[in-house]
Design a protein around this ligand. Structure first.
Ligand code: ATP
Ligand code: MG
Length: 369
């Protein structure tokens, strides 16, 4: 799929912008604080239904305005043209329209357009707590699999109810039977999540190993391991059985601590280079390249699952890569529509600049393209 155009009204520091994109490479150039990331963010929110920088919708509206909107036009590989429009009001209300029709649930938006973003904060994926890695898995899987998206919402809802009950049990022991009702539902949804996560991480491991090896000239072997509560991760029935068993075994402890100690809400990813955990031992450069390899792997995973390449947004990535790594990146994104930002076009390899659309940004205005 390709994004053909964007129409922006009162979004961040933009008032009115209309822009067409090239099918291959688009380079957004501008000084600091001119609106480069804002433009990528506008594309991103149209596909994801929320920003990667804020949870407050009203932040997205131009400071002086009451209403903001972004409309993108997507050309699917089958030749169909779709429009997605995102409208935000200053009281944090928002609305989505697909081909002019209002949608009521964000989950309906998922899969309409697939976008992969790489931006400096993605180092968190490597360096921060397991929660960041679970967010990554959930975000990526939700996007390629609507059922996963619904399952994770349902799992989280059941978990909250079980935890509330565990807290109450300290003064009413008869709640204990009720916890078992939640256990059944939790292990059902939990097993569904683990099966999907296991498949996803398996693909991620294989594909990212190849990409990372290419980017590092064969010097580094990347591997990604799934850390979860159960031993068998392939079969729904055995996972469910094992989860249920563990929930029962730990219920006394959960009751004392007031929260659920086992299940996919405690999952993690272990990311290794040449067998060494890079969260603890990797250099900055290794961590950055590993994060990039994982992101680039998603391109292939989306292609395999959805049948179309996603759109790639790269914020401030090039300046951090040396010439060889930039070259490998070009190779890895062949055939993928890409929008990148940079403060200085001189940081980029000539191969990028020839054959691309340059979009110059100044103070929330497109001053040349
Ligand atoms: N809701 C808003 N209304 C108006 N202006 C906003 C709004 N939100 C952010 N801005 C302005 O947008 C500017 C930041 O834009 P952006 O993050 O896109 O910059 P950038 O070009 O990516 O810069 P850098 O090169 O430093 O990353 C800030 O100066 C900020 O004041
Ligand atoms: Mg920026």
């Amino acid at each position: 799929m390709k994004i053909r155009s964007i129409v922006i009204e009162n979004y961040r520091n933009y008032e009115q912008v209309k822009l067409n994109f090239d099918e291959k490479l688009n380079i957004i150039v501008g000084d600091n604080a001119q609106g480069k990331t804002n433009l990528l963010e506008a594309v991103y929110v149209s596909g994801f239904g929320k920003s990667f920088r804020t949870n407050k919708e009203s932040d997205l509206i131009h400071f002086d305005k009451e209403f903001g909107s972004v409309r993108i036009e997507i050309l699917k590989d089958n030749g169909l043209l779709e429009t997605i429009e995102y409208r935000i009001l200053s009281n944090n209300k928002k609305a989505f329209l697909i081909n002019g029709v209002n949608i009521t649930k964000i989950s309906e938006l998922l899969g309409t357009v697939n976008i992969i973003l790489f931006y400096p904060d993605d180092l968190k994926l490597i360096k921060d707590s397991p929660q960041e890695r679970r967010k990554f898995i959930n975000r990526e899987l939700s996007h390629i699999n609507k059922i996963y998206c619904l399952d994770i919402i349902e799992y989280s809802r059941i978990l909250v109810q079980r935890n509330e009950l565990l807290k109450k049990m300290s003064y009413k022991p008869e709640f204990k039977d009720m916890v078992e009702v939640w256990d059944e539902q939790l292990s059902d949804k939990g097993a569904r999540l683990i099966v999907k996560r296991n498949q996803f991480i398996h693909s991620l491991d294989e594909i990212s190993r190849d990409i990372h090896s290419r980017i590092t000239d064969g010097k580094e072997q990347l591997s990604v391991k799934y850390i979860t509560a159960v031993k068998n991760r392939d079969n729904y029935d055995t996972i469910k059985f094992e989860l249920l068993d563990q929930l029962k075994k730990n219920s006394e402890m959960d009751f004392r601590r007031g929260f659920t100690s086992v299940g996919p809400h405690r999952d993690d990813l272990e990311i290794l280079i040449n067998g060494i955990n890079i969260k603890s031992f990797g250099s900055q450069g290794q961590q950055r390249t590993a994060a990039l390899s994982l992101k680039l792997s998603e391109i292939e995973i989306v292609k395999n699952e959805v049948g179309e390449y996603p759109i790639l947004l790269l914020d401030d990535v090039m300046s951090e890569l040396d010439i060889n790594r930039q070259k490998d990146l070009i190779y890895a994104i062949k055939g993928v529509q890409t929008i990148i930002t940079t403060t200085d076009i001189k940081n980029l390899l000539d191969d990028y600049i020839n054959d691309s659309k340059i979009i110059k940004i100044k103070n929330g205005n497109v001053i040349g393209h």
